[in-house]
Design a protein around this ligand. Structure first.
Ligand SMILES: [Zn+2]
Length: 247
């Protein structure tokens, strides 16, 4: 399976996923950059996968429908029920699996950022949208803090080698924040230096890898004694997320 990150807008990522000649795009906020990327990769785009309904993840749907032989526009059951993803054809729920180019794609419901948020998991790759970022997590807009912490708890149980493809390039800022939560965490400092160098070289920080996230991401470490310092898990998560909102 090949994954090609496509930078869109100011800091969004769409991803082209290629398996056995089949191509899908995850979260196309725009049409043009995605069309250029599939042209370059010489693939035919037949599927669109949406992690959630926000405009900076779905804005390219109409343009891609016009230019490509799209067979499936896949999003969550919740977003289908609320008719907030245009042209959606498939409504997905927790535990659903579909086949793509011979590979299985598993769906996890991960509400919190929005109530319809889902992750696509396939061949060791996690497309997490705005729920889990490298060294961070999305704002809690529609769900509760407890709901978001449970969603992140589900994601961190995936295999440690899982490649993390997230919705935005926020890594450097997230690691700067992580340092304020765990000033003594050497892994955070190392990851920050690497991320700064990567961005200065004009490269992407995606994909992350889950084992490193477990060691550096405060939103996966909220119940670690070093981070929680005596608070219960939800209180700890809430305190960290609230601090990040104004960082
Ligand atoms: Zn969002």
């Amino acid at each position: 399976m090949q994954v090609i990150p496509v930078p869109c807008l100011s800091d969004n990522y769409a991803y082209i996923v290629i398996e056995n000649g089949r191509a899908a795009v995850v979260d196309p906020s725009q049409g043009d950059p995605v069309l250029r990327a599939i042209d370059q990769a010489k693939v035919k785009l037949t599927e669109i996968w949406l992690t959630h309904h926000h405009w900076d993840h779905i804005g390219g749907i109409e343009a891609l429908m016009e230019e490509c032989p799209i067979e499936h526009v896949r999003g969550s059951q919740y977003d289908s029920d609320h008719e907030r993803i245009p042209r959606q054809t498939d409504a997905l729920s927790d535990g659903d699996t579909f086949e793509f180019g011979g590979a299985a794609v598993d769906i996890m419901e991960i509400p919190g950022h929005t109530l319809g948020a889902i992750a696509f998991v396939t061949s060791g790759n996690l497309f997490s949208g705005d729920t889990l970022f490298i060294a961070g997590c999305g704002r809690v807009f529609e769900g509760t803090m407890e709901m978001m912490s449970k969603s992140l708890d589900k994601l961190r149980a995936l295999p440690p080698s899982t490649q993390l493809w997230c919705g935005h390039e926020y890594t450097v800022n997230n690691l700067r924040f992580a340092k304020t939560i765990e000033p003594g965490n050497a892994e955070v400092e190392r990851a920050l230096q690497e991320a700064v160098a990567t961005r200065e070289a004009g490269q992407f920080t995606v994909p992350g890898q889950l084992d490193r996230e477990l060691a550096t991401n405060p939103f996966l470490r909220f119940d670690d004694p070093a981070v929680a310092s005596g608070r219960d898990p939800v209180a700890s998560f809430t305190a960290i997320r609230t601090a990040k909102d104004s960082f």
